[in-house]
Design a binder for this molecule. Structure first.
Ligand code: FES
Length: 83
């Protein structure tokens, strides 16, 4: 059984100062049903935020901007279909 893709968006202090709340809102607005979106605690890459981690592929995105969100979703969906 294939594991559902989960996108974690750090909502800890440093990423929040860098706009992480807007990134989480952008993911939730697009709301693709095949993917879970979750705010999470520090991902250990403070200073490169907002940080996003796609699981189970373990693909990291840093300095994410709201305009990057649809590209991340597209890449994550393609990854799902090819595996
Ligand atoms: S605060 Fe986001 S990675 Fe640490």
């Amino acid at each position: 059984m294939e594991e559902k893709t989960c996108i974690l968006i750090c909502q800890n202090r440093t990423c929040k100062k860098q706009g992480a709340a807007d990134i989480l809102t952008a993911f939730r607005t697009l709301n693709i049903s095949e993917i879970n979106y979750e705010g999470c605690g520090c991902l250990g890459n403070c200073g490169n935020g907002p940080m996003v981690l796609v699981l189970p592929a373990r693909i990291w995105y840093y300095h994410v901007r709201p305009q990057d969100v649809s590209k991340i979703i597209t890449a994550s969906t393609e990854k799902c279909e090819s595996t």
